[in-house]
Design a binder for this molecule. Structure first.
Ligand code: HEM
Length: 451
């Protein structure tokens, strides 16, 4: 296989996922045992550790997949393996620095990017290297790009733009104006998510096309409509994140409409693909197929939740409760993580087609059930909190928390279920990736000895 760095990306991403979930479980434990390891890792540190690790999982897995597909498909060949190596070392080094800063309590950033602000500079350099490598690979070499190439290319460019924008708050003009600073922070944050969605949704369409062995889904007008809708959402969809900021109402309605339509189209595309897929193609990539179908179900569930809580009258009651957390974890686990696992398992199936799936299948079932119950626990916790905030008087916070105790316990147990399910999937995958590296080294030794 070409470009082993892509596999290192995938292995690092999977390790970040496991580590991120452990931090999530520790955070959940502090919901019910507030003193648990509080002296070493308080909730204020655990949360950024958790969120940064799972975002690293999503981004590194998407990048690793793109490097792999560009290096190993019949289409374009990656312009430079060396650039991809430098990119990996840079991101690896930054990752260690971020963990170190969190461990010593040195924050200084804002929501989702809580590390010291100077670290954004090497991160931007990494994205620029990725962009140069991508466009040098593609420009002039591929005719009539299928939609996934457009999505990846756009995701990279907008990632650079929006990550830079996310630091505008450092400018005194923004820093001293609360409304401006809040609006720009949420705008950039929403578009940052939109940019990684371009990489992840592009990956979903790529994997669907390759499983079916038919690229027409990548060239279909519906796919391009989805792309332009996603792009509009990336640029303007942030407005549905800032209901509390006083902006013109029409801006929110347009943003809301676009984000909901985008999900309806994605749901429809996966559904149509599933219906038209021949049985033999399903069997050949069974587990990737199952993950894509699972992603479709989660698009549907999140769509219903988002349709409801984006109605301003309902949003008023849900804002700041665990219903918002159910939305962000429901989408990052239910949609992003499942699509990316479909991609990793598709790659592993190419490397080792006779890979034993029994453990992965058990993991898939445990993950699937736990995620649904985990998500429902968050919704119940959110509703209880909202009821306490708006419909009761004089009940102290501690009493409300103790009444919600059993909900937090179930949240934690189902979180552990997600961890166990994913562990059963990730460990065999990591073993295969490790085995491919060993084989590569042995081949090199044999070639060196012969020459
Ligand atoms: C694939 C795995 C996971 C992903 C992608 C993920 C993603 C996220 C994200 C994006 C947030 C931020 C929510 C927000 O700001 O609204 C979050 C918060 C959180 N997650 Fe996860 N998560 C994962 C697994 C878990 C697991 C297994 C647990 C275990 C109980 C967990 C517990 C938590 C907790 C306690 C918070 C903090 C919520 C708060 O602020 O009160 N997560 N997660």
């Amino acid at each position: 296989m070409n470009n082993k760095i892509s596999l290192l990306y995938l292995a690092t991403a999977l390790l970040a996922l496991l580590l991120g979930m452990l931090f999530g479980i520790f955070s959940g434990l502090q919901y019910i045992l507030p003193e648990f390891i509080k002296e070493i890792l308080p909730f204020s540190s655990l949360r950024p550790f958790h969120v940064t690790s799972v975002i690293a999982w999503i981004i590194l897995c998407a990048i690793g997949g793109i490097y792999y597909y560009l290096s190993n498909s019949d289409g374009p060949r990656l312009y430079s393996n060396r650039l991809s190596k430098i990119h990996y070392l840079l991101f690896g080094g930054i990752g260690i620095l971020i963990y170190y800063n969190y461990a010593i309590g040195n924050f200084g950033g804002k929501e989702y990017l809580e590390f010291p602000p100077y670290l954004i500079l090497p991160i931007l350099i990494g994205w620029l290297l990725f962009g140069i490598n991508y466009y040098k690979t593609m420009a002039g070499k591929v005719k009539d790009w299928p939609v996934y190439y457009w999505m990846w290319g756009t995701g990279i460019v907008f990632m650079v733009y929006h990550l830079s924008e996310a630091y505008l708050w450092l400018h005194p003009d923004m820093k001293n104006n609360f409304i401006k600073s809040l609006a720009i922070q949420w705008k950039a944050g929403g578009s940052f998510v939109g940019s990684w969605n371009m990489l992840v949704y592009g990956t979903a369409i790529y994997v669907m096309a390759k499983i079916k062995g038919d690229d027409s889904i990548g060239r279909h007008p519906k796919s391009f409509f989805f792309y332009f809708l996603g792009l509009t959402n990336l640029m303007f969809g942030w407005a549905h994140h800032i209901y509390i900021v006083p902006t013109a109402p029409w801006v929110r309605y347009v943003a809301y409409g676009i984000s909901m339509t985008e999900w309806i189209i994605l749901f429809h595309m996966i559904y149509e693909w599933k219906k038209s897929l021949p049985e033999s193609a399903k069997i050949k990539n069974l587990i990737s197929y199952k993950f894509l179908v699972m992603a479709d179900a989660w698009v549907f569930l999140n769509l219903i939740l988002a349709l409801l809580f984006s109605i301003p009258a309902i949003n008023f009651f849900t804002h700041g409760t665990h219903i918002t957390v159910a939305h962000s974890m429901g989408t990052t686990i239910g949609i992003n993580t499942t699509i990316l696992l479909a991609s990793v398992l598709f790659i592993v199936n190419q490397i080792k087609p006779n890979f034993n799936l029994s453990q992965v299948k058990i993991g898939f079932r445990i993950f699937n059930i736990s995620l649904l119950l985990f998500w429902l626990s968050l919704l119940i916790a959110g509703m209880k909190r909202s009821y306490w905030m708006y419909f009761t008087k004089g009940i102290p916070f501690a009493e409300m928390q103790s009444q919600t105790h059993w909900v937090y316990v179930s949240f934690l147990l189902f979180g552990i279920g997600i961890f166990i399910g994913l562990l059963l999937i990730v460990v065999p995958v990591l073993k295969i990736i490790g085995g491919t590296f060993k084989q590569g080294k042995q081949m090199k030794l044999i070639t060196n000895e012969k020459s």
